[in-house]
Design a protein around this ligand. Structure first.
Ligand SMILES: Nc1ncnc2c1ncn2[C@@H]1O[C@H](COP(=O)(O)OP(=O)(O)OP(=O)(O)O)[C@@H](O)[C@H]1O
Length: 602
């Protein structure tokens, strides 16, 4: 019940509906118990003494009860339906909101398919139980109390004999619940894994096909599917074991009633009408007991779903606003960035050394900072810390002298635009993709941004131009086209700081050069952080930082670095093999003699 208590805030505001659902069903059930009493009256007071004058009145009472019962059943259905749907609506919104708040670190390990199944199947499980299952479970309890009280009133001896089944059934029901809960939990996780498998396969279909790994993928899927099937077989086993036992015990009590009741009628201790009424009532009590297994099922299933939802909802947020965090005044932000002895290690990778070590940088507003280094050398980590993808471990990182951890997240990120190497596009129009960060931008502004990003040309050639809907994640566009749309999106927001994380890698040199020129114009007086593997992209930077395994191994301007032995000069030598003139000047020894001289970036 702890799970449902923890979820209380999502349904308790509709306690009126919860009450309507529970009471509606309870009253309808109580009215159902009146039928056997009417039958008793018919037999004992009308048929046996041959007093037929009251039959019409009795039928009218029966009709009246049917109508009122139908009314209460409607109240149960209406309230339960509304309650369940409102709860599901709130839970879906809360989970989605939580997904927006969770930090980058959560998504480093989260699986999309698993999250999808939490937001769909798990919420559905809770909806059904809180809306209907809970009332039905309570109803079974009501039925036991009302039903046995009435039976007790008619003949307490018989009732005591038949009531003996209840504790036996309760013990079996509890055992059943204990056995079936882990199976349901396994089923929920198996559904999550299956969804992940399908989602990853569809997302990575090009890679799968290009490596002709369809059979391998099918094999992987079949394995997950087998697990899912086995979980269901296990479920069927548990069911098969318990269901007949529950039914047998329930029927034994009916048989004992017939035996003892029949004996008492023959001996004239009990009237025939009473026996019929008792049999009818026991039948009404036993019916939901037969479905007790289903009800417990719904309960355990939704408990497992609730656990999964709470796990998501209670997930700690690693990067969040501190109390009294500073909301930046956008007009006043200058864009001076300073890293002081910053070190950072990914918390989910304790096996790895720090991704960044003792990193220092003083970038006054308007500077263009270039980053070069082999894969995994810490370039993305260094720039990511600026927008608080993760919070710095040691040292400090300030924007205009304020530690970024003290700046309100949203207002910090509004100053920064980042373009990743993998440009993500939403499956909507190109126009909406470009204006994603500035939904109020005019069409002129959108076209201007696209022009600066050298994207206007190819967009205009598309039959629907800016209204072209791009496929999921930009399918249907080339890598370079996607990058240009992503650059346009970043430029449109006129950020104080622009981060290009290998964002022009898919462009030809000429297009890249034109974009660079445009960026310099647009970003005049604002800072640009540029990660690249091409010297041509970096050479005009105010400062170039060369990283190797988290350490800064070289720094300076192009003209200086080109003369030092080291990774930068080596990279230049390879990329400009046909133009060695700049290298002809005698090398200047750097104070950190690079061991990475022979290591070349990708
Ligand atoms: N989200 C993450 N979780 C755990 N470790 C990570 C994560 N991102 C990067 N790393 C690790 O941190 C180190 C630095 O990675 P980073 O992405 O900063 O390198 P990079 O220089 O940008 O590489 P590339 O040029 O390949 O993009 C690497 O060892 C990498 O494996």
């Amino acid at each position: 019940m702890d799970i449902f208590r923890a979820l209380k805030s999502y349904y308790w505001q509709d306690k009126g509906l919860l009450l309507g659902s529970v009471l509606g069903l309870a009253i309808a059930t109580a009215l159902g118990l009146v039928y056997p009493l009417l039958l008793k009256t018919l037999i004992d007071d009308m048929i046996i003494p041959e007093e037929f004058s009251g039959v019409l009145k009795l039928s009218l009472v029966a009709v009246g009860i049917i109508v009122v019962k139908a009314g209460f059943q409607y109240v149960h259905g209406f309230s339960g339906g509304r309650l369940g749907n409102r709860l599901a609506y709130r839970l879906r919104n809360a989970c989605y909101e939580k997904l927006q708040q969770l930090s980058f670190s959560y998504y480093d390990t989260a699986k999309t398919g698993d999250l999808m199944s939490r937001l769909t199947a798990d919420i559905e499980g809770i909806r059904m139980f809180i809306g209907f299952g809970f009332a039905q479970l309570l109803n079974t309890a009501f039925l036991l109390v009302f039903g046995f009280s009435m039976m007790f009133y008619i003949d307490w001896t018989i009732t005591l004999i038949t009531i003996a089944i209840v504790p036996v059934l309760a013990v079996i029901a509890i055992k059943f619940e204990q056995n079936i809960h882990p199976v349901f939990r396994a089923i929920r996780s198996a559904v999550g894994r299956l969804t992940v498998r399908v989602q990853e396969n569809v997302t990575g279909v090009r890679t799968v096909k290009s490596f002709a790994r369809e059979h391998f993928e099918i094999k992987k899927f079949v394995k997950e599917n087998e697990e899912y099937r086995d979980n269901h077989l296990e479920l069927a086993n548990v069911w098969a074991k318990y269901f007949p036992v529950i039914e047998l015990i329930a029927n034994l009590s009916l048989a004992s009633l017939l035996l003892v009741g029949g004996w008492r009628v023959i001996n004239g201790v009990l009237s025939l009408g009473d026996l019929v009424a008792l049999t009818g009532m026991l039948g009404l009590i036993i019916a939901p007991l037969w479905t007790l297994g289903f009800q417990i099922n719904a309960y355990t299933q939704s408990k497992a779903s609730g656990e999964r939802l709470l796990e998501l909802l209670n997930q700690p947020i690693s990067v969040k606003n501190v109390a009294d965090s500073l909301v930046l005044d956008e007009e006043a932000v200058k864009g001076n960035i300073r890293y002081d002895d910053v070190s950072f290690r990914f918390s989910n990778r304790d096996d790895l050394p720090s991704a960044l070590l003792g990193f220092n940088l003083d970038a006054p507003a308007g500077s263009v900072i270039g980053f070069l280094g082999g894969t995994g050398s810490g370039k993305s980590t260094a720039v990511g810390l600026l927008m608080r993808s993760y919070d710095v471990g040691e040292g400090s990182l300030t924007l205009d002298g304020v530690d970024v951890r003290h700046i309100e997240l949203a207002s910090l990120r509004r100053q920064i635009a980042i373009v990743f190497q993998e440009s993500f596009l939403f499956s909507t129009t190109i126009k909406e993709n470009i204006s994603y960060g500035c939904p109020d931008a005019s069409m002129e502004e959108i076209v201007e941004a696209a022009r600066l990003a050298q994207a206007d040309g190819f967009i205009s050639e598309l039959p629907l131009g800016y209204d072209t809907i791009v496929g999921e994640r930009g399918m249907g566009l080339s890598g370079g086209q996607k990058q240009r749309i992503a650059i346009a999106r970043a430029l449109l927001s006129k950020p104080k700081i622009l981060i290009l994380d290998d964002a022009t890698s898919a462009l030809d040199m000429e297009t890249e050069h034109e974009i660079q020129t445009a960026i310099r114009k647009v970003m005049a007086g604002r800072s640009v952080f540029m990660i690249a593997h091409r010297i041509s992209t970096l050479r005009n930077s105010d400062e170039i930082i060369v990283l190797d395994r988290g350490h800064t191994i070289q720094r300076g301007k192009h003209d200086k670095l080109i003369k030092q032995p080291g990774l930068y000069r080596e990279t230049y030598r390879i990329q400009y093999a046909d133009r060695p003139e700049e290298l002809d000047q005698p090398p200047v020894r750097s104070d950190r003699n690079s061991s990475a001289e022979s290591r070349v970036t990708g």
